[in-house]
Design a protein around this ligand. Structure first.
Ligand SMILES: CC[C@@H](C(=O)O)C(=O)SCCNC(=O)CCNC(=O)[C@H](O)C(C)(C)COP(=O)(O)OP(=O)(O)OC[C@H]1O[C@@H](n2cnc3c(N)ncnc32)[C@H](O)[C@@H]1OP(=O)(O)O
Length: 253
């Protein structure tokens, strides 16, 4: 399979499908997600937009380290980081609720994708975390800015970023990062969650979403994200980052 969009229960579900790489993001995925976001933005009938991962193992393992490792300098990394940050910002600003259906592990940039959504439905077996610190970089797709602006738990957010580790679904429910947790079939969990949205007229859903977007604009989310991208690009160029990625890519050799 390749990444695809399905229409389910009045909404659109985008599935990341690179299971052999634990659904890591490469340029092709960015293009597919960008197109799906554009399509959703122009569809006045959608009640929600959801993003999920194919298979049971991973929602998304972040940037594809084997491909993005070829980017060595800040100048080389910044366009890739900025491109995905822009796609996630556009996704987060969609006029309908945006849901991360976290079917499996969400680490690094995968955690950023989920955080850019309004809601996170997390499978109980999934482990999620901003592990970028272990690669000697910060978040590069706007994930820290989304986290600080959208969650009311400042200490929890800062701790999640600085500790750079994965968390259980239960722990993420307690901090408020996970909206709900579920066992079993992700599609059934999505249906249960969106059933409640289905009872409300789409214009009402969209009006409340606009209220949230106005708050993010007032807080300057977009410029925060631009600074975040630039900071990550600076750290990307350091030997410490390239050595950490080498260790990950060579761990089984
Ligand atoms: C670039 C943007 C930056 C950001 O702004 O946030 C980032 O996203 S940095 C990238 C952060 N991601 C990582 O550090 C990768 C972390 N991956 C893992 O921790 C694990 O793979 C997993 C997601 C917890 C799953 O573990 P497990 O089920 O045990 O699978 P494996 O580790 O054995 O992986 C299977 C297979 O997939 C390859 N893989 C996994 N993640 C990536 C990745 N992000 N990029 C490239 N390849 C990835 C892994 O190398 C294995 O390949 P083979 O050995 O060839 O089978």
């Amino acid at each position: 399979m390749v990444h695809h969009v399905e229409h389910v229960g009045g909404g659109a579900v985008f599935t990341i499908d690179r299971q052999e790489k634990r659904n890591a993001v490469n340029d092709e995925l960015m293009e597919a997600l960008s197109a799906a976001v554009d399509l959703a933005a122009s569809d006045g009938t959608l009640r929600f937009f959801a993003v999920t991962g194919a298979g049971d193992a991973a929602f998304c393992s972040g940037g594809d380290l084997s491909e993005f490792h070829l980017l060595k300098t800040a100048e080389e990394a910044a366009p890739m980081l900025g491109k995905m940050a822009d796609i996630l910002l556009r996704m987060s600003r969609l006029p309908m609720p945006v849901i991360a259906l976290v079917n499996g592990h969400a680490v690094g940039g995968g955690c950023e994708i989920a955080t850019a959504c309004d809601y996170r439905l997390v499978r109980n077996t999934a482990r999620c975390g901003y592990i970028q610190g272990t690669l000697a970089i910060t978040t590069g797709w706007g994930g820290a800015s989304h986290l600080f602006v959208k969650t009311g738990n400042h200490a929890g957010a800062l701790r999640m970023l600085t500790e750079s580790k994965v968390h259980t679904a239960q722990a993420l429910l307690e901090t408020g990062w996970a909206t709900e947790t579920f066992d079993g079939d992700p599609e059934a969990a999505l249906n249960r969650f969106t059933e409640r949205l289905g009872a409300i007229h789409p214009t009402v859903l969209r009006a409340y979403k606009q209220a949230a977007v106005r708050k993010w604009d007032a807080l300057g989310l977009e410029s925060m994200i631009r600074e975040e991208v630039a900071e990550c690009a600076r750290l990307w160029a350091a030997d410490a980052h390239h050595e950490a990625v080498d260790r990950f890519l060579n761990k089984k050799k």
